[in-house]
Design a protein around this ligand. Structure first.
Ligand SMILES: Cc1cc2nc3c(=O)[nH]c(=O)nc-3n(C[C@H](O)[C@H](O)[C@H](O)COP(=O)(O)OP(=O)(O)OC[C@H]3O[C@@H](n4cnc5c(N)ncnc54)[C@H](O)[C@@H]3O)c2cc1C
Length: 491
């Protein structure tokens, strides 16, 4: 059995490891941190449990398909519940809007805001379904190695329906006028790496995922998905080594012969780098083996970073849902501060997730575990004073908007931002969400999943195809495993 080393145990590494083990490889995963999951790790402290990264479980069909590859079901590993409301939006003091689960209930809400908009919503979702079916069932599984991959009749026939060349901002406004509806539909693209004006309308497929397919909750938190994927990998024979940072890829000729870990150089036949692409190229490979220069990376548009606060509270919260989006400040200005003139935002929108509202197992009785996330530009100077300033700002708004004292109930607190992303994951410029999905950084225009100079080195994860997010990271692992299997085993 050819031996494969997978660097990193995030969703992409886990997915690649299981797919390759199933294909017949002898797979070992090296993870620098003490626990798996990468950006989706879990933090447990003083009785509180926090998901450190992702909290929106969207596109359940991607997870179903993944487990089905191995003859398993999602429910063999974790239990899902659909959230209703999907999330709550706070527009100001005691001004909340619950976004209900299901198209029918959402149509009623839209109709109250803008007469006639329920009909528009149906048309919007019909077009969104075409984009989702082609985008998520087809385009994202392409390895991005040749443009011939896109010479597919289904894609060609539907090219105009994908709206690749119009912006999501303009597209949404063709259907709707009410500012709250527009804001609701523009918010999912905030994390893709460009303003809605610069994001292709193709990504309204995320609205279809949100509205038609729903927001789900894995009981116990998102980390249950990581734990389930690790269990599956172990059942397939994958070996995991934690606290095992790869520090060198030892190249001889056009091949990596061994992987440097601690004081050892361990021989492997093939390497899947599922750690941040920039780190692997610039820090682990000798210069002659790199495909991209530091100048190339300087010119990439990175997706946002985030300033996060993990808070344990000795009280229950009111007026908040599992997911609450605070849209009480101007989205346009915040997007400018992330993408156009990267700087610490003047008045950011922010987001909270409070798992203990839906799942009391994540906090002690009568308590709440609350995560606050402020999306910010990557590459900013991150220091304790800045974190404190934003903590004061969001706490004041949180208390005012929801009408309750929160600060005095904090019994556990941890902040997390650029410096932590870099120290924990070797994240380039402290990014949280990888490489942005702008038009010029989509599909074949992303850093390649193969290294053409070193023939046994392949890449997976949110800096290569298809892009950021948990479902794309899982798909990325599947895509790279297929390419490796085809090349090595000639399947
Ligand atoms: C705060 C936050 C909120 C998010 N919210 C959502 C959400 O709600 N929904 C959603 O779908 N997505 C969300 N995302 C995005 C999603 O979490 C990521 O896209 C996805 O988890 C990335 O997975 P990955 O495997 O590509 O990378 P990672 O998770 O970063 O995995 C890479 C792994 O490589 C390891 N590593 C790095 N260098 C080395 C080395 N030299 N040796 C060994 N190991 C190494 C790292 O420790 C890490 O474990 C969020 C991300 C963040 C940060």
């Amino acid at each position: 059995m050819p031996k494969i080393a997978v660097i990193g145990s995030g969703f992409a590494g886990l997915s690649a490891a299981s797919c390759l083990a199933k294909a017949g490889f002898d797979v070992t995963v090296f993870e620098k941190n003490p626990t798996p999951g990468g950006r989706a790790r879990q933090l447990k402290a003083e009785g509180f449990t926090f998901d450190m990264g992702p909290s929106f479980y969207w596109m359940p069909d991607v997870f179903d398909k993944y487990f089905a590859l191995f003859g398993r079901k999602v429910s063999d590993y974790y239990q899902l519940e659909r959230l209703d409301p999907s999330y709550r939006i706070c527009f100001g003091v005691n001004d909340f809007m619950d976004v209900p689960a299901g198209v029918q209930k959402l149509s009623e809400l839209f109709e109250q805001l803008e007469p006639g908009s329920s009909k528009q919503l149906r048309a919007f979702l019909e077009e969104g379904k075409v984009k989702y079916d082609i985008g998520i069932n087809d385009l994202v599984y392409k390895p991005g190695l040749s443009f011939i991959e896109f010479a597919d009749m289904n894609i060609i026939r539907n090219t105009f329906k994908l709206h690749i060349f119009s912006s999501i901002s303009r597209y949404v406004r063709k259907f709707f006028k009410h500012p709250r509806i527009i804001e609701l539909l523009e918010f999912p693209v905030l994390f893709l790496g460009a303003t809605p004006q610069d994001t292709p309308a193709l990504y309204s497929l995320m609205n279809y995922a949100d509205i038609a397919l729903g927001t789900w909750y894995p009981k116990g938190g998102m980390y249950k998905v990581v734990a389930g994927m690790v269990k599956l990998a172990e059942e397939l024979g994958v070996k995991f080594l934690y606290n095992a940072e790869v520090t060198a890829l030892n190249v001889e000729g056009d091949k990596i012969r061994s992987v440097g870990v601690g004081n050892e150089n361990l021989p492997f036949d093939h390497i899947i780098a599922a750690a941040d692409y920039h780190h692997v190229e610039q820090n682990l490979l000798p210069p002659a083996a790199r495909q991209y220069s530091e100048g190339y990376w300087d010119q990439r548009v990175m997706a946002p970073s985030s300033l996060l606060f993990y808070l344990g509270l000795d009280t229950r919260l009111k007026n908040m849902a599992y997911h609450t989006l605070f849209f009480d400040e101007d989205f346009g200005q915040h997007a400018q501060d992330i993408y156009k003139q990267p700087r610490w935002p003047k008045a950011p929108q922010f987001y909270t997730s409070c798992t203990s509202i839906a799942d009391p197992t994540t906090a002690p009785a009568g308590c709440e575990s609350l995560v606050i996330l402020i999306p910010v530009a990557p590459g900013l100077k991150d220091d304790p004073e800045t974190r404190e300033k934003y903590f004061d700002m969001v706490m004041a708004r949180l208390e005012k908007n929801t009408g309750q004292a929160i600060r005095k109930h904090i019994v556990f607190r941890k902040s997390y931002a650029h410096n932590d992303f870099t120290a924990d994951y070797h994240a380039y410029r402290g990014n949280a969400y990888g490489l942005a999905n702008t038009l010029k950084q989509t599909a074949n225009f992303r850093p390649s999943i193969v290294n053409k100079k070193v023939h046994n080195l392949f890449f997976a994860g949110q800096l290569t195809v298809p892009g950021p997010g948990v479902p794309p990271a899982i798909i990325s692992g599947q895509v790279v495993a297929k390419v490796v299997s085809e090349r090595v085993l000639k399947l």
